[in-house]
Design a protein. Structure first.
Length: 147
């Protein structure tokens, strides 16, 4: 198992109207976060591929969750943890994002009871995803949920 980087990297956040933006030139930038089929977040974009773009019209809680989600993608890319199957990769990223999100953020998203229950199941209510050993334990739990 590779040595996991636990902390999330920082990247410049740019809020844009992604629906209006010409995304043809950036669609190979990495995983796409969508909501009802619309792109709401992108990572490794911008002139120097050093930005996270997030849909400007999202409600604040969803915008914050999307930014956290994109930072998890970036952490996994840097650590070389990305999986070849995009669907499974997205599931791992989404569950790590839930583990990292604060309870107050999760309570402002759709299905807060489900998200808070999932967070508690993944973290046992005590594991800190910013600590490498705890993140390894969280990933074992995520793996058992996905596979």
């Amino acid at each position: 198992m590779p040595r996991r980087r636990a902390t999330l990297p920082r990247m410049r956040i740019v809020e844009k109207h992604l629906r209006r933006h010409n995304l043809a030139r950036v669609l190979d930038c990495g995983p796409l976060r969508t909501r009802r089929g619309l792109i709401v977040g992108l990572v490794n974009v911008g002139e120097d591929s050093d930005e996270i773009w997030v849909e400007k019209t999202l409600p604040r809680a969803e915008r914050l969750f999307t930014i956290l989600h994109e930072r998890v993608h970036l952490r996994r890319q840097i650590a070389g943890e990305e999986l070849p199957d995009p669907a499974i990769e997205e599931a791992y990223v989404e569950l790590e994002t839930v583990a990292r999100a604060s309870p107050s953020l999760l309570s402002r998203l759709p299905y807060p009871t489900l998200l808070l229950t999932l967070k508690k199941a993944i973290t046992s209510g005590r594991l800190d995803p910013n600590r490498r050993k705890d993140l390894d334990k969280i990933y074992r739990r995520i793996h058992s949920l996905i596979l």
